[in-house]
Design a protein around this ligand. Structure first.
Ligand code: RP5
Length: 163
């Protein structure tokens, strides 16, 4: 593990943190250094622009951006950086995150955001790890092992059901 963060995990509000913990936990599990920041597209727009425009030169390789409601953060950040951006629709109070999903997933051609399911920051973390693993063979071995463990856990559940 290096000290240089390779994954930037950002969110629109501290209220998004419980959801975004899934991505943080995956980075920890794979010993991938990440940085975590609250960056709001609406409340701190200059901070968002600065974060996105300096991300690549600071050494980040991928950004995970979570937001809820009018969730413009992932798309705006994607428009300001050449790095891949993974969007996490955070469950919202009134529309359960459908608003967040639609806000994040409907990007115009040319500026993609890799959008995961509502609340599924775990998959965002895994996608980020898999992106890094394309040039880190040891990390790729860990991804393969993770998948094997996942399969085995299902088989074990079946064995318990059968007995
Ligand atoms: C969005 O507004 C945030 O991403 C959060 O999901 C939502 C609500 O924010 P708070 O009012 O809880 O700070 O910008």
């Amino acid at each position: 593990m290096t000290d240089q963060p390779l994954v930037g995990i950002i969110m629109g509000s501290d209220s998004d943190l419980p959801t975004m913990q899934g991505a943080i936990a995956i980075c920890e599990e794979f010993s991938v250094t990440c940085e975590v920041a609250i960056v709001s597209a609406h409340r701190t727009p200059e901070r968002m622009v600065n974060y996105a425009q300096t991300a690549a030169q600071r050494g980040l390789k991928v950004i995970i951006a979570g937001a809820g409601g009018a969730a413009h953060l992932p798309g705006m950040v994607a428009s300001l950086t050449p790095l891949p951006v993974i969007g996490v629709p955070v469950p919202s109070r009134h529309l359960q995150g459908v608003d967040s999903l639609y806000s994040i997933v409907q990007m115009p051609a040319g500026i993609p955001v890799a959008t995961v399911a509502i609340g599924n920051a775990t998959n965002a973390g895994l996608l980020a790890v898999q992106i890094l693993a394309t040039y880190q063979p040891q990390l790729q071995e860990k991804v393969v092992q993770y998948r094997q463990n996942l399969s085995e856990s299902v088989i074990n559940k079946q064995t318990k059901l059968d007995n």
